[in-house]
Design a protein around this ligand. Structure first.
Ligand code: ADP
Ligand code: MG
Length: 245
């Protein structure tokens, strides 16, 4: 078994025009563990995740994933996108493709898997997240929770070393939230390196090894979940928790 993939970020800054969305973020993210990232809206959480998988360019600072520096060279970027999967709040499934084809597309195109092999793997993954019976449907025929579980299966099909989740349950009804969190809890137990932007404290308490609290483009607090939720250090984290609680 290969060692779990850790992430090292140093002095990462990102500007949108003259607006500095990330203000020198430095953090070590443990491999094989689940890290929860939370913070107020607009604090830079999505921008940070998007930098981690190369969806966003940054201006200064360094990111290392599994000990390999991530630059903007095209080859490094291709590899990064293959190794780092992402699950979005709004699912981002391809609407014109069946559930099965959504899951097999990237392995066939990028990993050159044969259709039969890709479909067998996809069915195993759909089974694992509990939506195998939806394989032939289009995404529009699924509930939100089912769509998000398909999106997770699709990310897993690339056998990523790191999985990023950007508010994966924020667009879901309460029943679907539980379905999706249950799948994520199983994944976390399996030892995938996960970074999850969420305000689901129950999830964080159960599976996160660390909570990172972000405010105004900086990580201002790093703590174990229990300590963070019961007794946050910073005033900003206290008022944030009062707002969401
Ligand atoms: P969060 O995910 O914590 O809500 P974001 O990372 O989405 O925060 O945004 C951080 C800041 O960067 C916000 O002020 C937001 O308006 C700004 N921002 C995000 N994306 C863009 C963009 N593409 N162009 C300009 N500003 C952006
Ligand atoms: Mg966001």
């Amino acid at each position: 078994m290969t060692a779990p993939t850790s992430i090292k970020v140093r002095s990462l800054s990102k500007w949108f025009g003259s607006w500095r969305a990330l203000q020198g973020v430095s953090v070590d993210i443990e491999g094989g563990a689940c890290t929860v990232l939370c913070g107020p809206s607009g604090s830079g959480k999505s921008t940070f995740l998007r930098c981690l998988n190369g969806l966003e360019e940054w201006q200064t600072g360094e990111i290392e994933i599994g000990g390999i520096a991530v630059g903007d060279q095209p080859r490094a970027l291709t590899r990064l996108r293959r190794d780092v999967g992402m699950v979005f709040q709004s699912f981002n499934l391809f609407p014109h493709l069946s559930v099965l084809d959504n899951v097999t597309l990237a392995p066939r195109r990028l990993l050159h898997r044969r259709r039969k092999d890709a479909e067998e793997q996809a069915m195993r993954l759909l089974q694992r997240v509990g939506v195998a019976r939806q394989a032939d449907k289009l995404p529009a025929g699924l509930s939100g929770g089912q769509k998000q579980r398909v999106a997770i299966a699709r990310a897993l099909a690339m056998e990523p070393k790191v999985l990023l989740f950007d508010e994966p349950t924020s667009a879901l009804d309460p029943e679907s939230v539980k379905e999706v969190l249950d799948v994520m809890i199983e994944l976390a137990k399996g030892g995938t390196t996960m970074v999850v932007v969420t305000h689901e404290m129950g999830f964080a308490r159960r599976v996160a090894s660390r909570v990172l609290f972000m405010d105004k483009g900086r990580i201002v607090e790093t703590a174990e979940p229990e300590a963070f939720f019961t007794c946050p250090c910073s005033e900003r984290a206290k008022s944030f928790l009062a707002d969401i609680g």
